[in-house]
Each structure stands twice: as structure tokens, then as C-alpha cells.
Design a protein around this ligand. Sequence first.
Ligand code: ADP
Length: 748
Amino acid sequence: MRQSDLPRDPDRLRHNHEANPVHLIGLTQPHGVLMALEATSFTIIQVSDNTESYLGIEPQTLLGQSLLELAEPTLALQHSLETCTEQPSYVSIALTANHSPFDALIHRRCSTIIVELESASPQTAPQLTALQNKVEQAIGRLRQIDDVTDFLQTTVTEIQALTGYERVMVYQFDNRQAGAVVAEIKPAEKTAYLGLHYPATDIPTPVRQLYQQGILRYIPDLSTPQCRLIPPEAVPLDLGRAVLRGVDSCCIDYHQNMEVSALMVIALVKGDTLWGLISCHHSTPRQLPYAVRSACEVIGQLVAAELTSKVDRDELSYLSSLQTLQADLVDSIAKAKNFKQALIEPAPRLLDVVSAQGAAICLDQDITLVGDTPALEEVQALINWAMAQSTDIFHTSCLSQDYPAAIHFRAVASGLVVLKISQIRRYLILWFRPEVLQTISWAGNPDEGTHETADGSLILSPRASFQEWQETVRATALPWKPAEIANALALKHAIVGIVLNKADELAQINLELERSNRELDSFAYAASHDLKEPLRGITNFSNIILRRHSHNLDESAIKRLRTLVKLAERMDGLIDALLRFSRLGQTDLQLQPTDLNELLTDVLTGLRASSDDSAPPIQVLVPRALPTVNADPALLSEVFSNLIGNALKYTDKPQPNIEVGYLTAEEYDIEPANSHVLYVKDDGIGIRDHHFQNIFRLFKRLHERDSYGGGTGVGLTIAKKIIEHHGGRIWVESRLGEGTTFYFMLNC
Ligand code: ADP
């Protein structure tokens, strides 16, 4: 049904009340007598027209008389009249004429004192004590309950036990002042109202304002005719706080349609807002003694006060659960390699961080839908629209107001939160909430029990109100709570923080790489300048001696000089390699099929040429012919030369056993299948486990500079860099005192 089809004007009640405000109704309920007194002389200036039946005196006769002459005890009454405020106070009085007892409620309204007399119910002291005990026990029970739903359900049970009303309900108002029945106790045969929602207009603003002041509304019989005030005044008496205030005809209709004859309503005022109402219904007229009503008022105040802490606690625990969820999500994103995956798995987490039913993650053209969402094309169009919004976060609980096309998918997305993660890129998260009608709990079929009158209008009833409420919340979702929006925004900050951190880490790694490259460059630079020149000098000088003065030298001196030349040349070559190595990152490898058997022979020749004559001859075992690999031979020679050189150096044995060989990928149990794992194995001094990584660091030596023939701590760094430049890796296995094996594989 469309809004315009509604036969009943939902504003009718409001209009009525705005024209005739309820507190100026000019009518009183007939279960007592209302008098207006002049505030200084206590003379009766206005009185309800039912005095005859209660006091046995005509109303006109009362006008102009002082109340003090009519009632006793005079002193107590006079004190109450002199000290009365806007807040009604109670005094028990009797008529001077016949001693009939009355409960009198006295309060002041500007320069008028309003006195309301109800026949006192014959309550004995033991009855009052029993009532007090009942109230204390009820309060004790209520205080022990933490869960808000249980608490409200116990409230209606306690109020029913105390008052005997057939149906007792708690209404809670939402931020649009619409109400919902959140707790109810009722006879089994009566229709349940629990879960039903009502439009704000069901309780007109003036009535709401009166409830806001915490008044208790008591109507013991809706069917009896109401009383007029005599004489009628041009400015009607303000009955806002009068217990006997007359009942508006709409209110009578509404309740009679619900087959209610008597009712009592207790306001639940939390802080300075009207949180809700406790509403008590009875199908026949029902009188309640003043003492019981005030006991209910006390319970109402306690419930409101307890609600503050319980609802706050509830809200707080909801908030902390939101935060836990968010922390969990952020943690996964921080650890995850795939940002999107971390967001969507497990799916409910992304939805739960803001209590949504659906979400869409948009990373440029890639859109992922989670939960209940509009169709992909609809989401795409919505994202285009959302990108045009200027804020980082945008939320609405009635999307179709801002984005009319949303009316077509209101069932899943009447509520929307848009979170822009980037201003530049199309990175967004959208959360959706369904139309509120889809989320409420239906109390039976909402159309059932709706009655139409002959003129086609819906009669006032909870079902009709429910229908009207449905119209008012069409295309609307439950509002987003500030904490949920804050959570969404915090998620953006966390994501941005994570991204920045990752960028920072990368920058840090780059920085370290740059630094180590700079170290190598400066080393290479130093080597080329400081070493190359003297080396060249040594070579040249030795060659000159060999050429011109060899006849003056004995065999061993000549041999030594030749070794010196070779050594110098080798060092020169090493420095060149180092220079090339420092530029490895920039220069291309000169890859070619390289027969490792030939390469090894050359390396060994070089090593032998540069070895000390006194040292035992270099022997290397090659258990099977080495493969041919695609590699840069000059660089690979450096690797072998260094590894074999180390095997020769780091040993205590006069004749070390060195083996150079390879294992197929299958033999080593390694991937990829067609690769070779090359190794250089020795039976030298070995390396402790915790140095397995260190030894590849630049300038890292495990021994004194001069022990084991001295070393620079550069060789393994170069070997590693060369291997990695071939796309491979190098690692070591070793046992202290038993020997070391360096393995490497190339990926070319
Ligand atoms: P250098 O040999 O010039 O000191 P390296 O980078 O080649 O530099 O080696 C680093 C350190 O690793 C050496 O100082 C040595 O302590 C240790 N090391 C290298 N190879 C072996 C090996 N085969 N056996 C025992 N220790 C070794």
C-alpha cells in the first residue's frame, strides 16, 4: 500500500492535539473530585461537576468556599496547601461534615492550587506494610538482572503481580520516537503485541511531553462519561499534572478498539529523554488504590534508573565487541598478503564490524560482494555515485532519499555506509542494511486483525498503527550507531596505516639494499684504486726482473717471482670481479652453456698457481662428471674459486679432502625437477649452526684476520650475490670439527 492510499491520515491525532492541547482538555475523569483553589485564600474557584456524588454538595455551593472550612485535619491540610509545588503531594483528609476519608493530591499550577480528592480505599497498616514488602522484593529481584530483555520481562511480571492488570507491556521508543513493544505479559487467549511497532504519531507530542515529566497516567474506566469543570473558564485550567485529567476521545477510541476499559501508563525517563513506557491494560474497569499506584511509580523510577546503567552496559559491551572484531580484522589485514582476501574471509567479520547485512569491496574495477547486496550492476552504479561524494565516509539510513534508484533495491540496501579508502584510487568499502521491515520480528501477520469501517477508514488499533508504522519506515533501515560509523572510519585509518607501514618497510629494505650496495661500491672503488695500482706495479716490476735479471736468479727465486706475478694477476682479476659484482645489479649476465668440468679445471689451475710451494698439492675429488649449465663462466669461476679456496684454508688437516660434485633435484629432493644442486664439500674445521647465515654477510669473518691464512670476509658475499644474480640460491650445511658443504643451485 502506498502512503497516499492510506485511508487514515497518520497526522490526524497530532493535528487534533495541536488544536486542543491535552492539558487544556477542560474535562476530568469521574473517579474523583477536582478543585481549583485561589493560591492565598484557598477559596474554591472551579470544581468538577461530580461533587454531589462524592461530597454530597452541589458544585455551585462549593464555589467561593475555603477548602479549609470543608475538610480536616485543618492544620495538616493548611500546611500542604501552603507548601505545595508543581509536584503533586499526598495528604489524607476527611470531610468535616460526615468524616468521609479522602486521598488528596495537591499541586500548584501558577497562581492556582489544584486539589484532587479520591475516596480513600480502606487500607490497613498491615496491608500497607505487605505492599511495601512486595515492592522491596520486586526491586531486589529486578536489581539482580543484567540482561536488558530479561530485566524488562521481569518488570512487566512484577507490575502485573502488584496491580492485577491483564496485560502489561514495555514500549521502547527509537530515535524517531516510534515505539515497539519489547516486553509483554498477557492472558494466553489474547493476541500478542510483543514485537509490534507503532508510529510516533500514536503518542502525540503534548502527551509525550507530559510523560517526559515522569507522570503516571491512570484511567480506571474509559467508558464512563467525563466531568466538566464549573464554571467554564475562558482560559482552561492547566491539568497537565492532574491525576484526574480527562481523556482525549482519540485515546478512548484507540483503547476501546483494543478492548481495553482501564489502563495505567508509567513513564520510563532515562536522563532527560523518554526511553519508553510501561503500559497496563485491563478489559474491565479497574480501580487501583493510591498506595499501589505510587508503588508502581517507584518501580518505574527504579526501572528507568537501572535501565540507564544496564543499557549503557549493553551498549558498552556492544561497543567493545565491535572493537574486538575490528582489531581482529585489522590484525588479519596487517598479516595478510592479500588485502582483499583478509577483508572478506571469514565473511561475517567484515559485516559485523558495523552490523551490516551486506558489503561490497571495490578495488578499482574489481568489485567483490559479501552477504546481502544489490546486484553487481546496481552496486557499480552506486559506486560511481559514491565516488562523487566529497567526504571519506558517508552514511544514510534512507538511501533512496539521496539516491532515488535505491528504491528498487531497498529490501537489501536502504541503509548504506560508504568508506573511501583512497581519494585518488577507486578503493571503497560499502556496507548495506536492509529496509527495517525486513529486519523486525513480525508479531503474527501484520494485516490480521485490521478492521475497516463502513467509510473505508481503518479503525484505530495496534494493527492499524502497525500498518501505518510500516508506511512511515518504508525504504528506511535501522539507523547506524555513532560507534559503528566510528568503527568504519577507524578501519580506514588502520588500512591506510598498514599500507603506509608496508611502504615504510619496503623503503627500509630498499635503504638497506642501497647501503649495502654503497658499501660494496666503495669497497670496489677502494680496491680498484688502492690495490690495482700497486698490484700493477708488482706485476710490472716482477716481469721486468724476470725479463732482465733472470740470469742472476736461481731457479727457486724465479719460480717465486712467477708465482708473485700470477698472484698479482689473480688479485687483479678478483678486483675486476668485485667491480663487476658491485655493478651486478645493473649489468646483464653473460650467460652461456658452461661445462663445469672445464670451468673447474681452470679454477684449480689458478688456485694451484697461486698456492704456496710448501703447501701440499691441491687435490679435489670429482665423483662424477659435472653437468653443463647456463651461466656466466667468469662469475661462476669466482664462486668455485672462493668455495674451494675456503675449503683449502679452513682446515687443520695437512691434506684436506675436498669434493666438488652435484646432485640432481630428485636426489636432493628439491624443486624445480630439472635443476642441479652443485656442492663443494670439505672435511675442515666446520661452522657452528648459528653462523650459517652470518657468513654470507659482507666482511663477516669467523676468525682472526691472520688465522687460517687470513681473509677479508668478502668471498662468500660475492658468491651469494653471483648465485642470486643467476636466480639461484646458496646455503651451507656443516658440523663443527667434521667439515662443511656449500650447496648452490642456479636458475638459468
Ligand atoms: P674470507 O674467507 O675471506 O674470510 P668468506 O666470506 O669467504 O671470507 O668467508 C667468511 C667466513 O666464513 C670465513 O672467515 C670463515 O670463518 C668461514 N668459512 C668460510 N668457508 C668455510 C669453510 N669451508 N669451513 C669453515 N669455515 C668457513
